[in-house]
Design a protein around this ligand. Structure first.
Ligand SMILES: [Zn+2]
Length: 94
């Protein structure tokens, strides 16, 4: 049975959740959910902005068949569904 620890979300929303200590050690489990993480990461790196810019450019450069960015939250999910790679993201350039 994995041991767990309660964390307070790092984005400042104050929400708490239980995460596996193993994940904490890997640098994961800092946020209440993905949108919290997105907020915090955006503040720090502007990564989402760049991502959207790239994506947007592609969308207009290629063809109208290429899914254009339409302001949907799905975009966030796209990017942050790779939760298993959190460690890489969080430690990047710090
Ligand atoms: Zn939060």
């Amino acid at each position: 049975m994995p041991s767990k620890v309660e964390i307070t979300c790092k984005c400042g929303c104050g929400r708490k959740r239980m995460v596996r200590t193993a994940d904490v050690k890997r640098g994961w489990g800092k946020f209440f959910n993905k949108s919290c993480k997105a907020k915090e990461q955006e503040k720090r790196t502007g990564q989402m902005k760049n991502y959207l810019k790239r994506r947007d450019n592609q969308a207009t450069t290629f063809s109208s068949n290429f899914l254009p960015y339409n302001g949907d939250v799905e975009v966030y999910d796209d990017l942050f569904d790779i939760d298993e790679m959190d460690g890489h993201f969080s430690n990047e350039g710090n």
